[in-house]
Design a protein around this ligand. Structure first.
Ligand code: MSP
Length: 526
């Protein structure tokens, strides 16, 4: 039975160009989506851009353009990058779209009518960067607000508040009863501790006098919605949610089918945005506990141990890297050199190193050998015989699946490369070229046939396993194996169910060898 899998990712602020962290998150979500499609599950992969808010309004003003034009231009840069990186989503969320606005206003109207939103006055210190009032809890040990809050100023304002605190006990109970609400475990513990400390409600409006780049409150024209309330709602507004229905079961079936979601987010937006605001918003909207999204929290790419930031001037441009090394090389590096949930250090040298070791020297070399030898010794024709590698493949495929099911992509990839390594060792041990010299002996003919079949078959399986991460290369392997050519440009060419030994029929003819992963030569690698 296939189950609907729904993957959404945090949408990026459009006040800066996309950087390597954005690319990582998007590729991770794309790989997860492709993996679940590979398993035959129905997938709905939603992602997009978060276009409203004060930071956007300020950046647009600085450039002297209207916010709408500013976000249009920046959105294009994100869209172009996802195309370049082969990120294939099913739905694109832009928070300026009328459909989204309708849902945000519908939700606000309903919560207001139900008494979950009230008006109040507040004065105090306000962080322009985080768009929120600060309390003493946010002060550092020196009594000052740290640089993470950016510019902090004193303000007094009337605003609308969402009764967040009223749902605190529900959230604690929910987290206690659902141990995998947040993955990895230590993030759930962090969230639970933060909820324990929760006090006060959430200000969900901004007076138009200082921010008009947002969605207007349906019950007060003088205000727009707080950007997080607007942005978080994208997960349901672009999945077909009907705000006029207050019970989950009354929602349209397209929406119910797509929910609950797996949401892939960075560690910085778990607390409070997704872990507190979002879960409580859904609960207040009538979502039952079993329909709460699961939050998969990934770590960050750093540079030499420090945070990558525009102000530190160490931003890494994924566009330039994709142009230089190709989308597959960048995708492979971003998926293989970090454990999902942990941080990692970005290094261009490691990108090149991993590519050369795993892709060029291992899989690329194996493919070249396998197809070359099949052509040279058997004019490309494979004969099914005793399969010397079948048992090894039968161990790596389930191990791959177990890791990928837990979103541990780097561990899953290791299984595919381990199989490739074993094939290369096998070639070096058996030395098919010496078998080929003595073809008058029937045993040698049989052994060579078995080896050629086993290498091609292992490569077919490896291509399926790595296809979510390096789709172009996986197509390249299938092409050279001359496999499923009638579906050559289609993704359905790959299916995890086909990663079972024996797919290539007796007498199958492989294609011509073409170098797949040419080594990246850098100065000094000579
Ligand atoms: N717009 C909000 C998300 C709204 S969700 C409804 C936002 N945008 S962001 O551009 O600041 O970040 C987008 C995502 O990129 C976040 O999940 C964030 O954790 C992730 N990353 C930002 N820098 C990163 C790294 N250096 N490394 C990995 N991911 C990083 O938050």
């Amino acid at each position: 039975m296939s189950r609907t899998f729904f993957i959404t990712t945090a949408i990026d602020y459009t006040n800066s160009a996309p950087h390597i962290g954005h690319a990582y998150e998007k590729v991770l979500a794309d790989v997860m989506a492709r993996y679940h499609r590979l398993k035959g599950e129905k997938v709905f992969f939603l992602t997009g851009v978060d276009q409203h808010g004060q930071k956007v309004q300020q950046s647009a003003a600085k450039e002297g353009v209207a916010p709408a034009e500013f976000v249009r231009n920046l959105t294009e840069r994100f869209v172009d990058l996802w195309k370049k990186l082969d990120v294939r989503y099913d739905e694109w969320a832009e928070t300026v779209s009328p459909k989204h606005k309708e849902v945000v206003q519908g939700i606000l109207g309903r919560l207001h009518k139900e008494g979950q939103i009230y008006k109040d006055k507040q004065s105090g210190f306000y962080s322009v960067r985080q768009e929120q009032f600060l309390t003493d809890k946010e002060r550092g040990p020196d009594g000052k607000y740290g640089p993470e809050w950016g510019q902090v100023e004193e303000r007094e304002e009337e605003n609308y508040y969402f009764k967040l605190n009223q749902h605190k006990n529900w959230l604690l109970k929910y987290l206690d009863a659902h141990k995998d609400a947040v993955v990895p475990d230590f993030r759930q513990t962090e969230l639970r501790n933060a909820v324990e400390r929760l006090s006060g409600d959430l200000c969900i409006s901004r007076p138009k006098s200082r921010l008009d780049w947002g969605i207007e409150l349906p019950f007060d024209k003088n205000f727009v919605t707080y950007v997080w309330f607007d942005a978080l709602t994208n997960y349901i507004s672009f999945s077909g949610y009907d705000p006029s229905q207050s019970t989950f079961n009354a929602q349209p079936s397209t929406f119910r089918d797509r929910w609950p979601a797996l949401q892939i987010i960075g560690k910085d937006i778990l607390i409070p945005a997704h872990g507190v605001y979002w879960l409580i918003m859904l609960h207040a909207l009538g979502f039952p506990d079993e329909q709460m999204p699961q939050l998969l929290v990934h770590g960050w790419w750093n540079l030499a141990g420090s945070k990558i930031s525009k102000s530190a001037g160490n931003v890494i441009d994924p566009n330039a890297l994709a142009d230089k090394y190709g989308a597959d090389a960048l995708r492979y590096y971003l998926m293989s050199d970090i454990a999902t949930g942990s941080d990692s250090d970005f290094s261009e040298e490691r990108l090149v190193g991993r590519y050369n070791t795993d892709l060029a020297n291992s899989v690329g070399n194996l493919l070249n050998r396998a197809v070359n030898m099949a052509q040279k010794y058997r004019e490309g024709v494979l004969s099914r015989g005793d399969a010397p590698l079948s048992r090894i493949a039968a161990e790596h495929v389930p191990a791959f699946g177990q890791a990928a099911d837990r979103s541990q992509i780097s561990v899953a990839l290791q299984e595919a490369f381990s199989l490739s390594q074993k094939c290369n060792i096998f070639v070096e041990t058996v030395k098919p070229w010496s078998l080929a010299k003595k073809q008058s002996e029937p045993l040698n003919v049989e052994a060579l046939n078995a080896m050629l079949y086993a290498l091609a078959e292992s490569l077919r399986i490896i291509a399926i396993l790595i296809s979510p991460v390096v789709p172009k290369a996986a197509h390249g392997i299938f092409d050279q194996l001359n496999w499923k050519m009638d579906m050559s440009s289609k993704e359905e060419r790959f299916s995890l169910a086909h990663a079972e030994w024996g797919g290539l029929p007796d007498g199958h003819v492989v294609g011509k060898p073409v170098p797949l992963f040419p080594r990246i030569e850098t100065a000094g690698s000579g």
